[in-house]
Design a protein around this ligand. Sequence first.
Ligand code: PLP
Length: 425
Amino acid sequence: DDDLATLDPEVAAAIDAELVRQQSTLEMIASENFAPTAVMAAQGSVLTNKYAEGYPGRRYYGGCENVDVIENLAIDRLKSLFDVGFVNVQPHSGAQANASAMHALIQPGDTILGLNLAHGGHLTHGMKLNYSGKLYNVVAYGVDEQTHLVDMDQVAAQAREHRPALIIAGWSAYPRQLDFARFREIADEVGAYLMVDMAHFAGLVAAGLHPSPVPHAHVVTSTTHKTLGGPRGGVIMTDDAAIAKKVNSAVFPGQQGGPLEHVIAAKAVAFKVAAGEQFADRQRRTLAGASILAERLTADDVAARGITILTGGTDVHLVLVDLRDSDLDGQQGEDLLHSIGITVNRNAVPFDPRPPMVSSGLRIGTPALASRGFDAEAFTEVADIIAAALTGDGSEDALAPLRERVSALADRFPLYPALPLLSKG
Ligand code: PLP
């Protein structure tokens, strides 16, 4: 049985290169994180070989006694983490969690009301090329043009006018907390279900640093790999036993076949980690880092270049840089930071005059650096480097010292120091 480097040197070399990239650059994509090596060990295990259609104790395959133990651990830990009655840990991704939750609650042709993609919503909340836009009749709410906050009066007005079967609260690019209670009030008024997609902020909720949507929503969905810091994957939660039954049959056999038990094992490990004090400390540093970034990117020298951040601050793990009044566009900002070793993604801002492929925004998040150990001092340094890069003249003379400072930070907070390279020689 050959090892990876012998069997497939090309893949081994690319994995090694990716490890080096992650170690030597600063990852500030808001939806990314670094899973603990124990999570990766569970995911890279023999569990990938096992078929287990069905649920623990009710499988359509033999030999499921060990995966049953694992899936039950994941289920029990997730229930306890978010204090919720029923969970499904099988969705392969956040998109599949959302597809299954919608499959459980509503019918094709029904109306859904979600946050406009251009205002920070997710593809699965009704984008026209996505399954959600094709299967359902989509109505979107947005943010206020002045405050950039979700306009709850607009949500209520849209709900009254369009009578959606499902209202979706949640976001991929929004720097503030949502009013879950008000969303539920509106859903109840029009007879809609409320689904909260907490993919981005689930880790903050787990640590008690963000209000939980669980008491308000009929169904809560999440990914497990963003602030939550686990393997790539999705989950669904509800406190309603009747909805739970529908969710289980929507996931399997509705949307998926065999569950990825190796990923479910990794989820179980991640949920155990997320219940600990170290995790809570990491989430506190995540929030502190985002606040430090917000403060630095609203300082006078940055404002003088026509650069600001949406809503003037943040309550969560990210800031949204607004470049609408700047010569710099989103693509240039992303490239500039990439050239000094900081990875972010450009992002359309609401009411963006530039085309989506260029855009006028940058989404900058702190979860991955917090997982690397960044404290307030390190976040202050990285915020200063970003401000200098965005306000500088972009010349090599200006960028070279910033690249040095990025390297110094990467060296000070080693990532996966014990992971060996796979390639030989
Ligand atoms: N929901 C939200 C709010 C997201 O931001 C994302 C990911 O970007 C997803 C769902 C989809 O997750 P996945 O990429 O695992 O399908």
